[in-house]
Design a protein around this ligand. Structure first.
Ligand code: HEM
Ligand code: FES
Length: 595
């Protein structure tokens, strides 16, 4: 408390709290990854981690935001409130891991800076970029985590600190929008939408019920505004406990201790905790939230602490308690009222403040049951998200496995290597550079030449690509048959433009809204765009997308990447690839339902 306040050090309860928290977070992460991996064995580690961290952080945020109103509704939840900061910092750490991994995965290694990509990709007519919303939420959570220590509480003063920490609701709203305009656009299970809405409604409902209860109590008390307010019978106040009333907008705790009665403000100087729900221990009122203490007769914290709360005059007449609702300056000594007789009722409620080494047995049982229920709820939510997410792509990237390939290199419309198949015919392997870059610069001197080169395979559904090892191309005495081009006629197709590298397996999933910014960056960097068409019966076609004259269209399609489109054009078979030739000016945006 005050300048002399030392944060409560580690004790047994604190260790139990943090161990439980670490265990819960670890279990959530492991469960999400296990379930996702079981259903999608080809999923990349980055996607597993990015999603597991996000789902766990979001579930934990719901727990954090539930604790405040639960405590206001039932004091037995208070042990969760003490150390709630640890929950906040743990949640921030999970969210930070998610944000940093997503930032690197989707925005690094491109032709523009990652920050520029984060804030400029994914825009365009009719789309709301969801990643800057996540970044804004992360910034708010960072501010709160960085100022969570009592050092900042002291320096910023409790009201400012409290106001700053109310920004958690802003962060929550930003995250809901981040999920709604991102993840839920790509994972269209109505149950996921329902679960996100249910989470928001649960929090809203809980806060409304808690606020309604408090307001109802305030209204009942404010009915009387006489100079001295009758606040009830003295005989109903238990020894060492308080009656909390609200008069003229002030919440006042009237404490009975021995044969005395004193009234102080019920609002703790630390974090506005309800002093009226505390208890007098060793002559001091103890705040139930974090244990700050105040003397009932003058509202001052015992030496060497310096906190002070307003005090009130109080008197007893005919067994009834009368209160003067005008607050006296914080720390003003007031002669306690004397209670002549009247036995005090017993109050069986236990006061337990988090720093006490041992929780009373009844309280401990309740806390254990609540923590188990929260554990189960978080695990269920995380498992549910893992099960309901859309299937992840089936592509594969042989990361770290370098092979040699031999064939004839062609650079238009995009670099590819034509490889003679042993049984006749030619396979065409698209060539790309490492990161989010096309291979145009790497193949420039080898157009039409027989070469050997090294690289790592990326492949999905019979479509193959090689990520070139820079500098590995060498001339070789190889020839293959001339390109086999068959025009198949005009067609109108519905699908989505994806970047071939991620979509064929470097990232799973490498499509839809959540991948849009990354796909834009890849296509801008020269990676060939594909038109990805689902036939509704589980069948998939991936066509190389080129302009009406067969030229590369990368710069002209950027705004339309990752969105449902209809394209009318000429389809042809070139070696083992289908190619769709169409002028980008004629691409048409369609609604998702038409896709
Ligand atoms: C720089 C900050 C952030 C970036 C770049 C970012 C990026 C992303 C991306 C790309 C996705 C889609 C991932 C996929 O579908 O594979 C996503 C999903 C998600 N993000 Fe973020 N995010 C950021 C911050 C946050 C924060 C602070 C939270 C808070 C908990 C959050 C919560 C979520 C959630 C809940 C999902 C849905 C995926 C899931 O539940 O597993 N994000 N984010
Ligand atoms: S609010 Fe923290 S001790 Fe009272």
């Amino acid at each position: 408390m005050g300048h002399a306040y030392r944060a409560v050090g580690w004790n047994r309860q604190k260790r139990i709290y943090d161990t439980t928290l670490a265990l819960g977070a670890g279990l959530c992460l492991a469960l999400f990854m296990a379930l996702t991996f079981a259903a999608n064995p080809l999923v990349t580690a980055e996607t597993l981690l990015i999603r597991a961290f996000a789902a766990s952080a979001f579930a934990l945020l719901h727990v954090i935001l539930s604790i405040g109103p639960l405590c206001r509704l039932d004091a037995r939840f208070l042990p969760l409130l003490y150390n709630r900061r640890h929950l906040g910092v743990a949640m921030f750490t999970l969210a930070l891991a998610h944000g940093v991994l997503a930032f690197v995965q989707f925005h690094a290694l491109g032709v523009i800076s990652p920050l520029e990509s984060l804030f400029t990709s994914d825009g365009g007519p009719g789309t709301i970029p969801f990643q800057p919303l996540g970044a804004a939420a992360l910034a708010v959570l960072f501010l709160m985590a960085a100022t969570s220590h009592d050092f900042w509480l002291r320096n910023l003063t409790p009201p400012t600190w409290k106001a700053l920490h109310m920004a958690v609701y802003v962060a929550y709203a930003l995250i809901v929008l981040h999920v709604a305009f991102g993840f839920l656009q790509a994972n269209t299970s109505p149950y996921l939408l329902g679960a996100t809405a249910a989470g928001a409604l649960w929090l809203l409902g809980l806060h409304l019920v808690a606020a309604h209860r408090e307001r109802a109590a305030d209204r009942a008390e404010q009915a009387s505004r006489a100079e001295w307010v009758d606040v009830g019978e003295v005989a109903t106040i238990a020894d060492g406990r308080a009656r909390t009333v609200s008069v003229a907008g002030e919440r006042v705790a009237i404490y009975r201790y021995g044969d005395k009665l004193s009234a102080i403000s019920s609002v703790c100087r630390h974090q506005n905790g309800p002093l009226g729900e505390g208890r007098v221990v060793d002559g001091c009122v103890v705040c139930p939230w974090h244990g700050y203490q105040y003397r009932p007769q003058d509202g001052r914290s015992p030496e060497p602490f310096t906190e002070r709360v307003p005090t009130f005059r109080v008197r007893v007449e005919g067994g009834r308690v009368l209160l003067d609702p005008r607050p006296l300056p914080p720390g003003t000594a007031v002669e306690p009222a004397r209670i002549a007789s009247a036995a005090a009722p017993r109050d069986e409620r236990e006061l337990y403040v988090g720093y006490m080494p041992q929780s009373p047995p009844r309280q401990a049982r309740h806390t254990r049951a609540v923590v188990l229920a929260l554990f189960a709820a978080c695990l269920a939510v995380v498992a549910f998200v893992a099960i309901e997410q859309a299937p992840l792509g089936a592509g594969q990237f042989e990361y770290g496995v370098v092979r040699e390939f031999r064939g004839v290199l062609a650079s238009a419309p995009h670099p590819h290597l034509r490889v003679q198949r042993p049984g006749g015919g030619v396979s065409s392997y698209l060539l790309v550079a490492p990161g989010k870059h096309g291979a145009d610069a790497l193949v420039r001197d080898f157009d039409g030449r027989g070469v050997s080169l090294r690289g790592s395979l990326v492949h999905s559904g019979g479509r193959t690509m090689v990520e070139l090892e820079p500098g590995s191309i060498a001339l070789a005495d190889i020839s293959v048959s001339a390109p086999n081009v068959i025009e198949l006629g005009r067609a109108t197709l519905r699908g989505e433009i994806v970047d071939s590298k991620c979509h064929l397996g470097v990232m799973t999933p490498g499509e839809r809204r959540t991948h849009r910014a990354c796909a834009q960056l890849c296509i801008r960097g020269g990676i060939p765009p594909l038109f990805w068409v689902e036939d509704g019966a589980g069948g998939v076609q991936r066509l190389l997308l080129v302009g009406a004259g067969g030229e590369a269209v990368n710069e002209r399609v950027l705004e339309l990447v990752g969105l449902p489109l209809e394209i009318e054009g000429v389809v042809s078979q070139q070696d083992d690839w289908l190619v769709l030739s169409a002028d980008p000016a004629g691409y048409r945006r369609i609604e998702k339902s038409e896709h």
